[in-house]
Write a protein that binds this ligand. Structure first.
Ligand code: GDP
Ligand code: GDP
Length: 455
């Protein structure tokens, strides 16, 4: 096994030790078909993609990390959500509103070949109300001949329209320069830095699992509401809560407290809330109603937390309603439907009676510790060497791919890069992940493993 001398994460191109410290967020807003997704793909396509091997990673992603001129930011594509949940207009407005609410700047996309429609006008009202820096993209300007149409969009009162062809790339550099000028260097609010400040917790779960009850129970009367930025309509509210002798920041609690009035589309709102809370959190406490059959929405929320790369704790609430029979089925559900988070600590609580509230903090701390674990390269390679010797990859087409060496490229969550002499099958990669967990723990954290094939 050739562990290279002095090899460390910085030697791998494109893989610095990126953590999940907050980056400025850009919301891409516009009515359907103006080319938002095409534009988002163009923007993130500039970045060298790292092939991630995490199960289920590609589904329903709305937040992407992007880089322009060396500056990193997050891109929220507000168009990627379940399109048929709400009526079209309500859907577009809701997406825009929530997207804008959580963003530091807005990229408003209009189809220049169509001009501004009533829906566009409605969106502009929402953007104005939010008062966030906004860049206007006049899309589908594929050639010189359509540039005049872009100029008409000056009349929208959002400043200079940047003529762009998301499809062909025309004008996207100028657009991104304008976007970078509009985005703050770092998010202005004090969500807390990685070191020192209170740890950031997202309390998530589908409606009625008991989120607000739990929040009230743990917070008591002592909570401090922070992040009410003067002069903005920014709605998410963070609360500082004393638990187990420490201060924790529960992010985005307004979304927990406020009852959503829409009945149709409540799921849709809940998903956006969850995404926005996860965006700001380090650890997610996923609440599940233990008295009811696990719902698809529960697993979807867990998947969101995993895909966001957050530490995860599963809290089974309403344990006071547990009986023998339910308990039996619950065990089966955990085995069958929660395999993707077998590694997450579980606590069985009751927000009503206060049962096992004291177990919450140790579970959160365990998950955060796993999330921040770093395995020294030498130790990792000693482990990989033994693993390769005792469990070699199956021979395929007369060849036997080998893991040559590996390194941990990042933490929060742990990310590994393995260098191999050939393609490693998914089954073998899962085996490697399982053994990594057996050896090093990683309780409460997703881990990602990418494989680079050395020719
Ligand atoms: P979204 O609904 O706003 O995300 O829009 P999409 O990105 O899905 O694009 C809608 C349609 O417009 C697709 O057929 C795209 O290929 C097309 N489109 C997007 N950008 C451009 C562009 O710059 N020029 C032209 N001609 N078509 C585009
Ligand atoms: P949220 O929508 O997730 O914020 O859920 P709520 O906190 O509003 O709770 C929904 C319902 O479940 C309310 O009627 C609560 O009183 C009830 N509830 C919450 N936690 C518990 C619990 O631990 N045990 C029982 N029996 N009921 C609970």
């Amino acid at each position: 096994l050739a562990a290279e001398e002095g090899f460390d994460a910085e030697d791998i191109d494109g893989l610095g030790d990126a953590d999940h410290s907050p980056l400025p967020i850009l919301a891409v807003v516009g009515r359907p078909n103006v080319g938002k997704s095409t534009l988002v793909n163009r923007i993130i396509g500039r970045r060298e993609a790292v092939v991630e091997d995490r199960p289920g990673v590609t589904r329903d992603r709305v937040t992407y990390e992007a880089t322009w001129n060396g500056r990193r930011f997050k891109l929220v594509d507000t168009g990627g959500w379940e399109l048929d949940v709400l009526g079209l207009d309500a859907m577009v407005a809701a997406q825009a509103e929530l997207g804008i609410e959580t963003a530091d700047a807005v990229l408003f996309v209009v189809d220049a070949t169509v001009g501004a429609t009533d829906t566009d006008e409605a969106l502009i009202k929402i953007i104005r109300r939010a008062g966030k820096p906004t860049v206007l993209c006049a899309n589908k300007v594929d050639g010189q001949s359509t540039e005049a149409e872009a100029a008409y969009l000056w009349s929208l009162g959002l400043g200079e329209p940047y003529p762009v062809s998301a499809l062909h790339g025309r004008g996207s550099g100028d657009l991104l320069d304008a976007v970078m000028a509009a985005l703050p260097e770092a998010p202005p609010q004090t969500f807390g830095t990685a070191l020192g400040g209170p740890r950031r917790v997202a309390l998530i779960g589908r409606p009625n699992v008991g989120k607000s009850s739990l929040l009230n129970k743990v917070a008591g009367e002592d909570r401090v509401v922070v992040n009410e930025l003067a002069g903005t309509t920014r709605d998410p509210v963070d609360e500082l809560i004393e638990l187990g002798g420490k201060t924790w920041k529960f992010v985005d609690t307004a979304g927990i407290r406020r009852r959503v009035h829409l009945t149709a589309g409540a799921d849709f709102y809940a998903s956006l809330r969850t995404a926005s809370a996860l965006e700001k959190a380090e650890v997610a406490v996923v609440l599940i109603d233990a008295s009811e059959t696990l719902a698809e929405q529960d697993t979807r929320i867990i998947t969101m937390a995993v895909e966001a790369g957050r530490a995860v704790v599963i809290a089974y609430n309403k344990w006071d309603q547990m009986d023998e029979e339910r308990r039996y089925y619950l065990e089966r559900e955990i085995e069958q439907d929660l395999v993707q988070v077998q590694w997450a600590p579980r606590v069985n609580v009751s927000a009503l009676t206060g049962r096992h509230m004291e177990k919450l903090v140790p579970a959160i701390e365990t998950a955060l510790a796993g999330w921040e674990t770093r395995i020294p390269t030498a130790r990792l390679n000693a482990f990989l060497g033994e693993l390769v010797a005792s469990h070699p990859h199956p021979i395929r087409g007369g060849k036997q791919p080998r893991i040559l060496f590996g390194t941990q490229a990042g933490t929060r969550p742990p990310r590994f890069v393995l260098f191999a002499s050939g393609f490693l099958e998914a089954g073998y990669r899962r085996f490697v992940e399982r053994r990594l967990r057996e050896e090093f723990g990683f309780v409460g954290t997703p881990i990602s493993i990418s494989v680079r094939v050395r020719e």
